[in-house]
Design a protein around this ligand. Structure first.
Ligand SMILES: *Cc1c(COP(=O)(O)O)cnc(C)c1O
Length: 396
């Protein structure tokens, strides 16, 4: 019986994970995902969300979503290419393109399926993709789906990129070569070296693809890492998510009109999966309007990032080399990192531990994601708890 086959597969796997303490028990947030969250009835300062600008629960976004639901209903009714393109989707794409300083943009249901759709729409078995070794899982899966040869490049190592690009070209085996990188790497908060990347791409004729999920809403006054470096016309594909700083859900590609025309006929999640809901689209647009009107929230985010980093450093914690508000606190050993995070939670600070295999062995960390919605008082409380637990566990 098939049921037995399935159970025979699942039982030992799940048991092994549970016995080794590797089965991830998911926490449930009771209420909105703001700077303070409630878990199991307990109020905690939230240092774990990607809600960089505090927009996930913003009144203006909620209002716009309500209005769009009244006007269009709750669902789009079909995939974009049949008749699920509502006027609000086109408006959203125009708004994104303007914000990103590109000719056009295409919206997807998530950043994840944006990578699945865009990479496989452009690259084939005859091509090669050079990929930073720390790129996000959705990039890796998108590359695999395309069937192209995947060549890993050492993390942020421009000499290695140059060497690999030269070798790949000289092999004569590939029709096109693409280089893909995260704009901001979310584990360490480091920023892709785009000025050097565009030079190398020009020299070797590489298509450039920047997934700026953690950069949009954060870098370049919100417009992203590419805009931050003034390279809007030199990166071929800018990918972003509408689910992190924008606070809602969805993903997009921004680029030339020609590129977007192609993705609209070839990117499979766009063709075969129902479009964003009207409420999502309206809320996303309002988030972009808020960022365009004023840089206040982005500035507050950076100010909070600096405040937290300085405080942790002063206490004697190792915080790595983040260039963004992402603030890892590097503890080292896997079990100590988990214990540290658990103690923080018991004392009212919700900051998740990240350990091997997500980051290299021995570099376990508690990652802090300050947002624009945190107050100084909240951050002072976070620092006080870090000091207490850091001393308790002899980390500082
Ligand atoms: C989070 C993330 C994604 C996925 O975005 P979603 O909109 O949450 O699906 C893609 N790429 C990178 C680099 C990310 O950090």
């Amino acid at each position: 019986m098939a049921k037995k086959v399935l159970a025979d597969f699942l039982t030992p796997q799940l048991n092994e994970l549970r016995e080794n303490g590797l089965y991830n028990v998911i926490d449930t947030i009771e209420g909105p995902n703001g700077p303070i969250v409630t878990i199991n009835g307990k109020s905690l300062i939230n240092m774990s969300s990607n809600n960089y600008l505090g927009l996930a629960n913003n009144e203006r976004l909620k209002q716009k979503a309500h209005e769009a639901i009244e006007e269009y209903g709750v669902g789009a009714g079909a995939v974009r290419t049949i008749n699920g393109t509502l006027a609000i989707h086109n408006e959203l794409e125009k708004t994104i393109a303007k914000f990103k300083h590109t000719e056009a943009a295409i919206a997807f249901q998530s950043g994840f399926n944006c990578n699945m759709g865009a990479i496989s729409a452009l690259m084939t078995k005859k091509d090669a993709i050079l990929s930073d070794e720390l790129n996000h899982a959705s990039i890796i899966d998108g590359c695999r789906l395309s069937g192209a040869k995947i060549i890993r490049v050492k993390h942020q190592d421009m000499d290695d990129l140059r060497r690999v690009a030269k070798e790949t070209i000289e092999s004569g085996l590939y029709e096109k070569i693409m280089y893909i990188t995260d704009g901001v790497f979310s584990m360490d908060g480091d920023v892709a070296k785009l000025p050097e990347i565009v030079e190398i791409a020009d020299e070797f004729g590489l298509i450039t693809y920047v997934d700026d999920a953690h950069g949009s809403g954060v870098m370049g006054n919100g417009a992203g890492t590419v805009k931050h470096f003034g390279l809007s016309d030199r990166i071929d594909l800018q990918i972003g998510t509408l689910s992190k700083a924008i606070g809602v859900v969805g993903g997009y590609v921004a680029g030339t009109e020609q590129l977007i025309d192609w993705l609209k006929v070839r990117a499979r999640p766009f063709l075969f999966s129902t479009s964003l809901t009207p409420g999502d689209a309206a809320a996303c647009m309002e988030a972009i309007h808020i960022m365009t009107e004023s840089t206040e929230k982005v500035e507050k985010l950076w100010e909070n990032g600096r405040y937290l980093k300085e405080g942790l450093k002063k206490l004697g914690f190792e915080i790595g080399h983040s260039e963004t508000p992402i603030t890892p606190c590097i503890i080292g050993k896997e079990d100590l990192t988990q214990l540290f995070s658990r103690r923080l939670m018991e004392e009212g600070v919700y900051a998740k531990s990240i350990t091997f295999p997500t980051v290299p062995r021995g570099t376990g960390r508690v990652r802090n994601m300050p947002t624009a919605a945190h107050t100084k008082e909240m951050l002072d409380e976070v620092l006080a708890v870090y000091e207490k637990i850091g001393k308790e566990l002899s980390i500082i």
